[in-house]
Ligand binder design. Sequence first.
Ligand code: ZN
Length: 437
Amino acid sequence: MKTLKRMEELDFKNTGDRMLKLIHDLYPICRSITGEGVRQTLSVLKELIPLDVLSIASGTEAFDWTIPKEWNIRDAYVEDSKGNRVIDFQKSNLHVVNYSMPVDRIMTLKELQKHLHTIPEHPDWIPYRTTYYNQSWGFCLSHNDFNRLKEDDYHVVIDATLKPGYLNYGELLIPGQTENEVLITTHACHPSLCNDNLSGISLTAYLAKYLIEQPLRYSYRFLFIPGGIGSVVWLSRNEDNISRIKHGLVVTCVGDSGSFTYKKTRQGNAEIDRAVLHVLKASGKEYEVVDFSPYGYDERNFGSPAFNLAVGSLTRSTYSQYPQYHSSADNFDLINAENLSDSFEMYLRVINVIENNRTYLNLFPKGEVQLGKRGLYGKMGGLQNRPSSELPLLWVLNLCDGDHTLLAICERAGLHFDEAKHAVDVLIQHDLLKDLN
Ligand code: ZN
């Protein structure tokens, strides 16, 4: 059977640069959970991968939710009485509270201030705020700019529309040898914010682009969905096929310099949990593991009680755990190509484990197999330290009793997945092992 390329044969040098370039292309677009920004984003992604773009009409019910009216924005500003734009959407799309209703009014500073949001502890940063399900409006600005506002009559304009339209999302299924699926999903609703969540969109897109060329055991389903409601809508439309999903990961925050964080699935000890933990441990890098909680990204919907899907989330710094989170400082100073390619490699290593985590049977289980006569043993006997190259062969032979998957063997024997897989390949070549799958 053909399998994924061995990890050491892969070259990740250019991947990070290409991922960063895609983030640059998508950064200026004002995305939200519905509207032109999502469609534009999906059409940029369609140039890279053959995404299906789905459209679900406003008013459609999905479990406990209803698809809201579509939001589109052309311009927004606050102008002083001299005609100076003191807040200008054209300078940053974060200046408008995302999903603000249209406004065109003259108002005093006092009235305006009720609709202004800042981050006093980071006075240069513009916060990112949303009001999807509560009809209101607002502006976000740096605390320094806020302090500069004087008594005046301000012309407040939000040239936006909230009308019946569509919620859009992108979906791509890459078929493998089996119908069992791995779900890789990212939200695609944040405007000009790099780590959360353009890094996730970019990594997911490049992972799909890579896997589409590979021989695969699992089928891979990629989703680019508006956060929260997107996963609810997708689940409501795919309820019948949900049992095909065996493993899943939510991708975001993969471009910053923070160490990796893995948020476990609701199940807590699913194969994907074990695969990610094995890869993180074997990487020798620092990492953190956090338990599932019904908060955060779309894992809370995939892990809702009726579905309880094995979907975890592998990030670097995670939501609300880095100061720049949901602010204008989540920009190109926070992410770089090296971190992006490092994260890409980590995802691929996890997929490599999932793809190759099979069960094998030792065909000579009575006594130790004589490796020497098959040329598999070091020529010199009696060494004090047994050459480590034989240990993976011995462990794999010993634990291939039909009850241990390759990952279970690695966990018990302290082997890296790649060396155990290599041992399996060698032992199969010498007719010592049989694949039980
Ligand atoms: Zn976010």
